[in-house]
Design a protein around this ligand. Sequence first.
Ligand code: ATP
Ligand code: MG
Length: 413
Amino acid sequence: MLKEINKNALNVLSQLNKAGYEVYLVGGCVRDLLLGRKPKDFDIATNAHPEQVKAVFRNCRLIGRRFRLAHILYGREIIEVATFRGNSDQDNNNQKIHEDGRLLRDNIYGTLEEDVWRRDFTVNALYFNINTFSVIDYTGGLNAIKQGLLELIGDPETRYREDPVRMLRAVRFAAKLDFQLHPDTERPIKELANLLSSIPNARLYDEALKLFLSGNALTTFQKLHQYGLLAFLFPQTEHCLTKSMNSKADDFLIKALENSDKRVNAGKSITPYFLLSVFLWESVQISYQKKCNEGESHYFALQYAANDVLKAQVKITAIPRRVTQSIREVWVLQSRFEQRSATRVSRLLNHPRFRAAYDFLLLRAETGSADMELAQWWTQFQTLDAKKQEQMLTELNSNRRKNHRRRSPKKNP
Ligand code: ATP
Ligand code: MG
């Protein structure tokens, strides 16, 4: 197991140890190592206070208000060090609870025995001591790992009220680890899903990225829908889904999620704007149609529909401007695939969002909502050299002329 542990994390562990502090690997990395998976990041827990951690490292920065944490920087890599959190019943101005039960600040320090109880799931509350090579388990996390069970520590409803994002984390881990939710952990979610509306949109955007960019997007999406969480994360998407998820629009979503997972699992990069543009497309289409019916021009109908749909979504998940701009471009480019004069084709090919917009078109075609011949034309066109591309354009234009002649009635002499 030691060789799987990141060398910067090992360095942080050994320096804090040398400075006389208690220090452990904790959270997702211990869980993932025990499951034989590659950890995404290495979190460290210690009895040293943030300022004490800072004194040990030159490359350390303290961050966070809600939870004060130390970040040890190694180039672009960050190792996060958290001080053990203490007992939450102490009345102290280092902790602040909102009237709805949300934990707004939690900076009471404590011991490992106390720290365990503030963690979310039992499988996330395992502490690994690299000196003794032993795992400390107060909550039955090892057993839960064996059983493939995701179980909240403490009273589930209270824990969800303290931090409603834990409902999203439950779904994310269940999908990622292929674990079952313990019935007690599962039960309150539907009723409490609406608590997500109290979460700042910046945090929900970060969570949404984690949910959909980690290679289990399809399962995650289905579970979010099943537990009623999607309605509070992407209400417009939820609104367009049919119950049995078997319409053309649903197929389009499912296929996009599947493709995205395939890409991630093959080690390819994916961009957040692609899936977001997929999620919101049906809503944009509905609004666009409505505006066209009201007499708006096609161009403005699409612009206004995009504005309305994006504005509503940004209130919930703070999608950054550069991302909404790309989403908009993917949408606008869809109608430009039909315009195939030589100049327009070359302009479109050189558009920075061409690739994404083409992938989007292909998905629409595969799920029956765009012309397959058109999509295939573009598939072929982009692989050819300039001379063959010219041939394709000439052929297209002469076919069009022929069709046009065939269709237009002969004038009487
Ligand atoms: P991964 O990094 O694979 O997404 P993780 O379990 O490491 O999963 P992190 O967000 O990195 O998740 O958090 C590290 C640890 O901090 C968790 O394992 C958990 O013990 C604790 N934790 C994180 N977020 C919360 C939360 N909202 N409530 C309670 N504990 C949390
Ligand atoms: Mg982690």
